[in-house]
Design a protein around this ligand. Structure first.
Ligand SMILES: [Zn+2]
Length: 595
């Protein structure tokens, strides 16, 4: 039996609490509850009369609020991490639930603060925001106000929240229940295999062409059987979204997402147009890949077929060395910080029964260092996962100089450090390899990864736009949605890939359309931003390093647009977004040379 190289690599959570029975957990929650009550008693009335509110009082309130949030965050992080480390433990399950319930109670006591701040008239808010004494809370106070024109009255918001549980949220749950219980029978296998959604999707990466084809046909055949109900769910949720847009006075369906991303819709529009103008890069790659596979033309089920030779196995200790060396080449400070994660056991890497799947980095608060969970399985993909999560870890460490409210970044920039970390390690690894077949595998893997986060997510967003504007006209049928899906994808695949008829169901299992509408463009944003930054690093060399580190240190202390300005990035400009595609061109040229 193969032993896993990460066996025994577990995190040490004692910086948070001693154990799930630590009396400090209960004591912290009790203390937070009392402090929240005192907070409400002290500031509720003051916040209701902001015209007499002094900056001194507001500073005191915000300091106290940050401290309460940080304390709850410590408990919440601990229970969440324990639970992730063993989801089957009844003690951990119980702790997780108790903490969730008690922190909700505390949050509810504090909720009035943000609500009252939103109600404050513009003149008063401006007087307070402009006061130098509140400088470190300026961005927080300012950015909260962006929801002011779109917030309903308190009783209305309460009704929306409660009714959502049996309304839009219920449709979301129905979607999850259907897609998670999907079962696909792959015929011609003896015995016939029963596969779930993620198992059948992973077969699209298999070397056996016949198997890939059967997997894809089985997938769409299976999805088509649920087309009526999946269409009904999506149609209803779009209508619900459109209704809320009207009630909350949003100018278009994407506007709420732009607001939560703290991004200007015009910049997103430019980014998406530039992406489309570069679809021919994808067509060129698909033709190149057909040549690599010895095919006249790529079928849709060949898209993720492996090429070249994979480096395998890749032991954990070697991954650590490669990542630290790659980070060091960028700046020794990165090695120093990332090194601490390994040395002080802030990473849980081993594969264990009951442990949560996938990978994440948890950055609880500026007072605490981040923790990383992954399931390391001795392959290159997992090396990249560790590099990705350590990128988050660097971000979470460097931005600890910010206060609680300036610590977290919006979605659009939350993936900058992680994807940049992957680029560093990818480039370093590529330089180390001498076997052209291994280089081909590495480059093709990277290019396909980038396509999946740039082009495909752009297609998904265009599809959503199409579906929303079609729904404004009339109710959507399975045929209508399928046609919109094929239209949006047709531009991307061009004449380089044939789409089978069954692909019209390709939209129907994607959770983002259901749970987080218009989320997908954030992936495009994050990936292109990093490619452009990486291009700048290669062009500017070492003088880029301090600017990049300053960006990470700034955390969420300003809007992404303002923070990026200090690196000379103008997200409104077409030229900036094109930089990312120029970097993709370089990768493609490198691959062409090898073939
Ligand atoms: Zn990430």
């Amino acid at each position: 039996m193969a032993t896993n190289s990460a066996a025994g690599i577990k995190w040490n959570l004692s910086d948070l609490f001693a154990s799930y029975e630590d009396p400090q957990i209960d004591a912290t929650l009790k203390d937070c509850h009392t402090r929240a009550e005192t907070f409400a008693a002290r500031f509720h009335v003051a916040m209701e009369h902001p015209e007499t509110l002094t900056t001194e009082l507001l500073v005191t309130a915000l300091n106290e609020l940050a401290q309460i949030y940080e304390a709850i965050g410590r408990v919440g992080s601990y229970s969440g991490l324990l639970y992730a480390s063993d989801t089957t433990s009844p003690e951990y399950q119980n702790l997780e639930q108790t903490v969730e319930q008690r922190s909700t109670e505390i949050h509810n006591l504090l909720l009035f603060f943000e609500i009252q701040w939103l109600k404050t008239d513009d003149a008063t808010a401006k007087r307070l925001i402009d006061d130098p004494a509140l400088a470190s809370y300026r961005h927080y106070l300012q950015s909260l106000r962006r929801y002011r024109p779109h917030t309903l009255s308190e009783p209305e918001e309460k009704i929306v929240n409660e009714k959502d549980n049996t309304g839009s949220n219920a449709f979301g749950r129905l979607f999850s229940e259907i897609t998670s219980s999907l079962s696909f029978t792959l015929e011609k296998d003896s015995p016939p295999a029963e596969l779930n959604l993620s198992q059948i999707l992973s077969l699209l990466h298999e070397p056996d062409r016949g198997l890939r084809q059967r997997a894809m046909e089985t997938l769409y055949q299976g999805l088509s059987q649920h087309s009526q109900v999946l269409t009904f769910i999506y149609d209803t949720l779009i209508q619900d979204h459109l209704t809320m847009d009207r009630l909350r006075d949003y100018p278009n369906p994407m506007a709420p997402r732009h607001l939560s991303n703290e991004i200007n819709g015009a910049a997103v529009k430019t980014m998406m147009e530039v992406s489309e103008a570069n679809y021919d890069l994808a067509h060129n790659y698909f033709r190149l890949k057909a040549r690599l596979l010895g095919l006249p033309r790529l079928a849709l089920f060949d898209q993720y077929a492996p090429v070249g030779k994979e480096v395998r196995p890749f032991p954990y200790a070697q991954a650590r060395e490669v990542i630290l060396d790659a980070f060091d080449a960028f700046d020794p400070k990165l090695r120093e910080i990332a090194g601490e994660f390994f040395a002080k056991n802030w990473i849980d890497a081993e594969i264990r029964k009951g442990k949560r799947g996938g990978a994440f980095c948890s950055s609880p608060s500026p007072l605490l260092h981040p923790y990383i969970l992954c399931n390391y399985d001795d392959n290159l993909r997992d090396v990249m996962t560790v590099a990705h999560e350590l990128g988050h870890g660097l971000h979470g460490s460097l931005s600890r100089k910010q206060n609680y409210f300036n610590y977290y970044t919006p979605l659009t920039t939350a993936e900058t450090a992680s994807v940049f970390g992957e680029m560093l390690v990818f480039d370093y690894l590529l330089g180390q390899q001498t076997d052209p077949q291994v280089q081909i595998a590495l480059l093709a893997g990277k290019i396909e990864d980038i396509f999946a986060t740039v082009f495909r997510q752009n297609v998904l967003t265009r599809f959503e736009e199409l579906a929303f504007s079609a729904r404004k006209e009339k109710r959507l049928t399975p045929e209508a949605i399928g046609k919109l899906w094929l239209d949006a994808n047709g531009k991307y695949y061009g004449d380089a890939i044939d789409m089978p008829d069954g692909y019209k169901w390709g939209w129907s299992y994607i959770p983002h359309f259901i749970h987080s509408r218009f989320y997908c463009y954030s992936y495009v944003f994050g990936q292109l931003l990093v490619l452009a930054l990486y291009r700048m690093y290669k062009d500017e060399g070492k003088s880029f390093v301090p600017k990049y580190l300053a960006l990470l240190e700034a955390g969420g202390s300003d809007t992404p647009e303002n923070l990026l300005k200090s690196l000379g990035v103008e997200i409104q400009n077409r030229e900036f977004w094109q930089k990312g595609f120029d970097e993709i061109k370089n990768l493609l040229a490198g691959l062409s040379k090898l073939i």
